[in-house]
Every structure is written in structure tokens, then in C-alpha cells.
Design a protein around this ligand. Sequence first.
Ligand SMILES: Nc1ncnc2c1ncn2[C@@H]1O[C@H](COP(=O)(O)OP(=O)(O)O)[C@@H](O)[C@H]1O
Ligand SMILES: [Mg+2]
Length: 241
Amino acid sequence: MTVLTVENLTVAFGPAVAVRGISLHAERGTVTGILGANGAGKTTTLLGIHGRVRRSSGRILLDGQDVTGHDTAALVRAGVALCPENRRLFPAMTIEDNLLLGADGHGRREQRRRLAGTYERFGWVAERRAEPAGRLSGGQQQTVAIARALMSRPRLVLLDEPSSGLSPVAVEEVGDLLETITLDGTAVLLVEQNVHLVRRLCRTAWVLAHGEVAAGGPVADLVRTGAVSDAYLGRSAASRE
Ligand SMILES: Nc1ncnc2c1ncn2[C@@H]1O[C@H](COP(=O)(O)OP(=O)(O)O)[C@@H](O)[C@H]1O
Ligand SMILES: [Mg+2]
């Protein structure tokens, strides 16, 4: 079942068009990849979906419902969580206060219930809940950032480069966590430059180049046809022929 459909998304920063006419979709209970070189438009695509930058065009559907007119707060209430690039925890705030931001707008009892669920799932987070988030390692901060996104009980998580700056072991741990969050049907749209992680987690992916979708489909096919390496080397398929 399709959770997210994006049709013809265009985002411009002044005269510079960062994302041009992007269409893609993500399915329930799966991790869908977005690959592409630096500057390809991956982050802008996620921000455009989440209403954090102005769209010049584009329709956004959630479980078939048109949510194009929703602002970010309404999209969060509708079940779309963003886990931003560079994790964006507040380093001086406690881990618990960072987590609570993910359940903003809910009553105190509901927030406590969700915190308890998070602590049950992540034992080490419970133990360190009163520590400043900035004291954690990169991998631990990524786990807390994902846990914070899950505090909103999303049906779709937009996840921007979770492996960035992490050790190989921490990348695998993030992969383990992402495998578990789709088990209840949650969909993940995963922006990654780490092709290994995308091959491990995603059945399908979209390759962005210069703000457009250059290819999309089963990850194995994208790798086999060279679409993935083309995107990283800034090559077009035509130039190879
Ligand atoms: N706030 C902004 N203002 C102006 N240009 C931006 C802004 N954000 C991104 N861009 C430009 O849009 C393009 C796509 O950027 P981005 O979506 O961050 O790429 P990626 O995440 O794939 O590295 C780049 O050329 C970048 O310089
Ligand atoms: Mg980016």
C-alpha cells in the first residue's frame, strides 16, 4: 500500500531551482531510498514534502489523501515525521527533553506514555535520559534523533542521511534500528549517500541528479544498470552510451 505519493514537486530558492518536477512514492512497511550526489536535491525534496520550504509546484498525497495544503505542523499531526540532516539534537538539553520535542502538542500523560515506550525499547537511553544530548556519540545521537521522530507515532519517517559521520559499526546499528521500525507498517523515506546501507535496507530507490529523478526502481536493478554510480560520478546515462 502506498503511504506517500509525491507528484511533480518543484522547489526554488530565488532564481535557483533546487528540485524540478520530482515524482516518487513510498510504500507501507518498507524503507524507500533516495540516492544522489551532494547537491542533487535530496534534502530539499524531504523539506519540500514536509512543508518546510515553499513549493513552486507539486502535490503530496498521504494514504491517497491530498495533504498539499497542510503546513508542517499539520503534516506532523497527519503522521509525517522528519529526522533532519545532522540529527539536530539540542546538545545542551537533556536526552529526555530532546525526546519530548517529538511529542510536542500532546498532553503530559500521553507524552509520559510515549516516553515510557521509548525507554522500554531503548534501555541505554532510559539510563542516560538526564544527560545532555551533546555528550552522546554520533551513533547514539542518531538513535535518539530517530527515537524522537518516533515519539510522534508517525506512519511515515523522512530520514536525512542518518549514516553521515558515523563509524561503520554505528552505521550497521542504525541499519538494525531502521529494519525494526518498519515492522509495524511504518514507512521510511531514507536519503543516503551510503549505497551499502541502501542495498541492505531498501527494495526500491530513487536516484536524484541535478534536482531531477534520474532513475527509480528496484535497488538491484539501479546498481546493475549503473544508475547509482552515474549519479555519484555526475554522469548522465546518455554519456555512457
Ligand atoms: N536554503 C537554500 N538556499 C539556496 N540554495 C539552496 C538552499 N538549500 C539548498 N540549496 C541548493 O539547492 C541544491 C540542492 O541542495 P540539497 O537539497 O541540500 O542537496 P543534497 O541534500 O542532495 O546534498 C544545491 O544546489 C544547494 O546549494
Ligand atoms: Mg542533504
